[in-house]
Design a protein around this ligand. Structure first.
Ligand code: NAD
Length: 365
């Protein structure tokens, strides 16, 4: 897959790995292989200007290695932006383990992976992501201290993520409706898993009228009974007469087919990559007069929680830091209006500006 030709005819532009690294200026890639355990992994360190690169490890049955490479490059860059805009002293990184999480896991495989993480000497700090559970991370943690989110440490990040999402949603409401009160506002929460349920709790406690959808019937039943939320169909959610659409399940739900149906004023949820195509749907959302709260800003509570563990800070600190998402979203929305540029672009700019400014601070005197 990553064939390197004779050194004479190796052209950077033709080399899929180096060309892709240089496209978004990734610092380092570590390819990990171990025949004994079957481990095949890639660790990507995108940018460490602000601090060590932190981002989870994902285990996924990629169709081929190039797909895994693209994913780890994209996700690690996303972590740089998320960590930067959240005001954390962390860079961006991510790891992917190529394989079926249902059949290929073993203690040895995760400990071997931990060895690779350790070989980066703290430049990359790992955590749980899709396909990985706390036990897997416990094994990783036997071989490296550069891991967060282990059982008994900072704990489930979902309440912090939900809180950040909630306050960010209120900041959007302040801009759209003149008040950040969500009382009597109609909010549709798509997905009532870990984050969605905490969000529904906050919303119903404030007196919002909440609609929920989920593919998992028991979650729907529990959340609707507990908080008095109204259940709607998986597709019906897009047609609701609502003030706020809160995607908390899947990515790419803001797309060509849903945008013409969404009648909300605000899109603010915890799901990653909500805009199917940023440069198309991020602009379309603005043209329709909606405020889109950039997902990586809104759902940063999870990484804030990880950071509290790295720095030995309290859970109160994490909640207070997540509360700052209110002001960050306000600033993004204000700049978006002043500059007439979509919110996702402003969020990216703000993340880049902080990296650039702090990069200069770090230069020798
Ligand atoms: P989760 O798996 O606990 O919950 C997701 C829920 O969405 C599940 O209940 C699932 O049944 C439901 N769902 C799946 N497909 C659906 C569909 N088509 N329609 C409606 N519901 C559907 O995940 P989570 O931890 O609550 O995270 C939710 C989202 O927030 C994810 O996109 C995740 O990447 C993102 N996120 C989570 C955190 C965190 O701290 N947990 C942090 C940052 C981002």
């Amino acid at each position: 897959m990553f064939e390197v030709k004779n050194i004479e005819d190796t052209n950077l532009a033709e080399n899929p790995v180096v060309a892709q690294m240089s496209k978004y200026n990734h610092e380092q890639l570590l390819f990990c292989n171990d025949n004994d355990t079957g481990l095949k992994a890639i660790i990507a360190v995108h940018n460490t200007t602000l601090g060590p690169a932190l981002g989870g490890t994902r285990m996924w049955k990629y169709n081929n290695e190039l797909e895994a490479l693209n994913d780890v490059l994209r996700l690690s860059r996303g972590m740089t932006y998320k960590n930067s805009i959240s005001g954390l002293n962390l860079g961006g990184g991510k790891a992917v383990i190529i394989g079926d999480s249902r059949t290929m896991k073993s203690e040895a495989l995760f400990r071997r992976f931990g060895k690779f993480v350790n070989s980066l000497a703290g430049k990359y700090i790992t955590a749980e992501d899709v396909g990985i559970n706390p036990l897997d991370m416990t094994y990783v943690g036997m071989e490296t201290e550069h891991v967060v989110g282990l059982p008994g440490k900072s704990g489930d990040p979902s309440p912090v993520t939900a809180y950040g999402t909630y306050v960010g949603m209120k900041a959007c409401a302040k801009e759209q409706f003149g008040s950040d009160s969500l009382t009597d506002k109609v909010v549709a929460v798509q997905g009532v898993g870990h984050v969605g349920e905490y969000l529904v709790k906050s919303l119903t406690e404030e007196g919002a009228k909440v609609y929920i959808s989920d593919i998992h019937e028991p979650s729907l039943k529990r959340v609707s009974e507990k908080y008095g939320a109204t259940v709607v169909g998986l597709d019906e959610i897009y047609d609701l007469d609502m003030d706020i659409y809160a995607p908390c399940a899947l990515g790419a739900t803001v797309n060509d087919s849903t945008l013409s149906r969404l009648k909300c004023s605000i899109i603010a949820g915890a799901a990653n990559n909500q805009l199917k195509q940023e440069d198309v749907h991020g602009i379309a959302v603005m043209e329709q007069g909606m405020i889109y709260a950039p997902d990586f800003t809104l759902n940063a509570g999870g990484v804030i929680n990880c950071y509290s563990e790295v720095k030995g800070l309290s859970s109160e600190w994490a909640m207070n830091k997540a509360e700052e998402i209110y002001t960050t979203i306000q600033n993004i929305v204000k700049r978006s209006k002043d500059e007439n540029v979509p919110t996702y672009q402003i969020a990216n700019k703000m993340a880049e500006e902080r990296i650039s400014a702090i990069g200069k601070v770090k230069l020798p005197l």
